[in-house]
Design a binder for this molecule. Structure first.
Ligand SMILES: [Zn+2]
Length: 245
């Protein structure tokens, strides 16, 4: 029963961040109008917007115009519930489960924005800092596995990684690197971890990013000039650290 609730929560969170990502980049209110097809703008009935299930029933297409529903949505709708369940199974501390679920949800939201428009605003990153602030408070009150020092070292290593990578790019390109604002994400999630975890996340993300980048370029799915979205790989690194290590 608990697992069903968690799966449903994951689906609700997934469809919420999809709506949020789609609407904030177009300046549409989150509340009105109700959900519509991206392509023909037909208002959707309730059974056409159930995460995952609707996609299967509709065979991945809009019923009205036949437009394909982007694959990233179905990946997101499967991804979050699965991660929520795995977090619930792995961690015993409810505060940690909630914090990590929040972290992964915000990272998934930022990934959607990064894939769509390649930029994220300070407001979007602020959602991560709110989570890490709560994490810090709970470590001070003794509700988490580790003491504040553990997370403090995580933050220090996150900041160091940002500064070093910033300087390397600056030294090579002689100008402030494009997408430097994205780097602010790293200290934000570093506060959820210790320094070992932060370093592991960076190594896993970089490796995944390099392999995926080579693959996408060879297959011609992305062109060299395109800004490479970094956040999905950071999310991947965080998930590997949280679930597998
Ligand atoms: Zn449509």
């Amino acid at each position: 029963m608990e697992l069903i609730i968690i799966v449903v929560l994951g689906m609700i969170a997934a469809s919420f961040i999809e709506t949020l990502a789609y609407r904030t980049q177009r300046g549409i209110s989150i509340v009105t109008p109700p959900s519509f097809c991206d392509h023909c703008h037909t208002k959707l009935k309730f059974y056409e917007k159930i995460p995952v299930l609707s996609w299967i029933i509709l065979r991945g297409k809009c019923r009205y115009c036949g437009n394909r529903i982007p694959v990233k949505y179905i990946i997101n709708e499967l991804f979050l519930p699965v991660i929520y369940v795995l977090l619930y199974i792995k961690y015993k501390n409810l505060y940690e489960i909630a914090l990590y679920a929040y972290l992964v949800t915000v990272m998934a939201y930022l990934s959607l924005l990064d894939i769509d428009i390649g930029t994220i605003s300070m407001y979007d990153i602020a959602a991560l800092y709110i989570g890490s602030a709560v994490n810090t408070v709970l470590s001070f009150t003794g509700h988490l596995t580790f003491v504040p020092k553990h997370y403090f070292f995580g933050l220090i290593s996150g900041i160091t990684i940002v500064m070093v990578s910033f300087l390397i790019v600056y030294a090579i390109k002689k100008r402030i690197p494009m997408g430097a604002g994205d780097l602010l994400i790293i200290p934000a999630f570093s506060l959820f971890f210790g320094y070992r975890e932060v370093i592991t996340i960076m190594i896993v993300s970089a490796t995944a990013g390099i392999f995926a980048g080579i693959f996408l370029m060879i297959t011609g799915i992305v062109k060299r000039e395109h800004k490479f979205p970094m956040i999905p790989y950071l999310t991947f690194g965080i998930v590997v650290q949280l679930i597998l290590l």
